[in-house]
Ligand binder design. Structure first.
Ligand SMILES: [Zn+2]
Length: 383
């Protein structure tokens, strides 16, 4: 794998509204008494613009209003362009935002992500995908059920393919880690995630961060900081998600902030880093506990004796309380049974079959968000 030295795209500070707002250093701001006599209509306008006018109050200072402690706003921009500011305020969201379309219940929010062969040679993207899926599936109160499928598994040819994750074949610019599509008008998720095979993914946690982010786009999340980045609400829409930040600070923890390609995910964490991301996910996809997970066991269907084989459940989750029980049954005349006592993972690592014949591999998911346990099986022929 070639690696390139990539310019860091760390988030930059917020530069906000053309010439209307001046963000001051603390030292430059004179002491101004709070609760100065400011007209209610001005306070209302500032509130609509997203400023927190209740905690720090609003003060009048020469040609400016002072809000949130150290931000000066020109009075004439409020008074002369009141209607424009209101208009901008309505689309000037600072918290989590969604696209016009999201994934509808057609798929009962079971979304199948197909891993293209071009990913396999890149272990960081490959393993990052499993962790990323697990993080999305672990969101409490969310109905998203993401599955990872191997495109070459013949048993899965007829399974619906919702999102394909593929290498970029040198199509992405060198400073872009990955890209993704938004949901479409017919309620399907964005159909593709492209990861930059050359991108200098320094750590597995960096790949995880990026894939979580791209999946977020596929299910209809805009950049949380889309407005600050100068991104247009069109043509996909940028609709505010209720109960997410409205202050100028935005949500610095959001994994959906743009410009965060070099960020790393805390691998000890099993959930989204921002509570507001969780709120947004639950808002778009509220849990229906009577729904079930449509999952599959991936891995080789035909294997040789004594070889080591790894099987994975397509539904990866590290949700609190979830349990994966793995069992192996001999079938078609083969007398065999084994169960794995302490394996609570969606992965069954490096198992070996010593006797030729046919086996049924069985995984039972229980204890998670959904009411009913789910049993998934796969037939394996050992020769
Ligand atoms: Zn993005």
């Amino acid at each position: 794998m070639n690696t390139k030295k990539i310019k860091s795209l760390k988030m930059i500070g917020i530069c906000f509204i053309s010439c209307a707002v001046i963000s001051c250093q603390k030292d430059d701001v004179p002491t101004i008494p709070q609760n100065s006599n400011v007209d209610e209509s001005v306070i209302s306008t500032l509130t609509k613009m997203g400023f927190n006018t209740s905690v720090m109050g609003v003060s009048s200072y020469q040609d400016y209003y002072l809000v949130e402690g150290d931000i000066l706003i020109k009075k004439k921009d409020i008074e002369e362009n009141n209607s424009n500011i209101n208009l901008r305020a309505d689309s000037k969201k600072k918290g989590q935002a969604r696209t016009d379309y999201s994934v509808t219940s057609t798929n009962a929010h079971n979304i199948n992500i197909i891993m293209d062969e071009s990913i396999w040679g890149n272990p960081r993207w490959y393993h990052g995908l499993y962790k990323a899926i697990s993080v999305w599936n672990s969101v409490p109160g969310s109905n998203l059920k993401l599955n990872i499928l191997d495109i070459t598994d013949a048993n899965l040819y007829n399974v619906r393919k919702d999102i394909i994750i593929t290498g970029d074949n040198n199509t992405l610019a060198s400073n872009v880690a990955a890209s993704a599509a938004f949901p479409t008008f017919d309620g399907k998720p964005g159909e593709k995630i492209i990861v930059n095979s050359d991108y200098n993914i320094s750590y597995p946690s960096n790949a995880v961060w990026n894939i979580i982010h791209e999946i977020g786009h596929c299910i209809g999340l805009r950049h949380t900081n889309w407005y600050f980045r100068g991104e247009s609400g069109f043509p996909y829409g940028a609709i505010d998600i209720p109960n997410t930040p409205s202050s100028l600070a935005g949500d610095q923890l959001s994994i959906m902030n743009g410009g965060t390609a070099d960020f790393e995910f805390n691998m000890n964490q099993n959930n989204l880093p921002s509570n507001y991301d969780i709120i947004a996910t639950k808002y778009l996809y509220p849990l229906v506990a009577t729904f079930s997970v449509n999952s599959y066991i991936t891995g080789a269907s035909t294997v040789g004796k004594y070889g080591q084989n790894t099987y994975r459940l397509s539904y990866a989750s590290d949700e609190v309380g979830i349990n994966y029980k793995w069992e192996v049954n001999g079938i078609n005349g083969l007398n065999y049974y084994y169960h794995y006592n302490n394996n609570r993972s969606y992965t069954l690592d490096e198992i070996t079959f010593d006797v030729a014949g046919q086996y049924q591999l069985k995984c039972t998911i229980s204890g998670g968000k959904y009411n009913s346990p789910r049993v998934i099986t796969k037939v394996i022929t050992v020769s």
